[in-house]
Design a protein around this ligand. Structure first.
Ligand SMILES: [Zn+2]
Length: 78
């Protein structure tokens, strides 16, 4: 489920940023990379051509080996 509103993302503890240029990354939503500016660029301005945001309630629900943990916020993957 791709999200169109940045405020919705912040209701979740984690978010996956899918990006077909730089790779898919799991972040904590309080990561310095998770900003409205970055979100608007990818989702609104680029209209999700390069990727999208998918919020995550529980890490256990993540079942996608293409998703790597962010090296900045270091979410605890498995
Ligand atoms: Zn991060």
């Amino acid at each position: 489920m791709a999200i169109k509103m940045f405020a919705e993302i912040l209701k979740y503890p984690y978010v996956i940023v899918y990006d077909n240029a730089t790779g898919n990354k799991l972040h904590k939503t309080n990561c310095s990379y998770i900003t409205k500016k970055n979100f608007d660029l990818k989702v609104i301005i680029n209209q999700e051509k390069n990727g999208y945001y998918d919020p995550l309630e529980h890490l256990e629900a993540l079942n996608d080996p293409s998703v790597k943990p962010c090296k900045v916020c270091k979410p605890n993957l498995g």
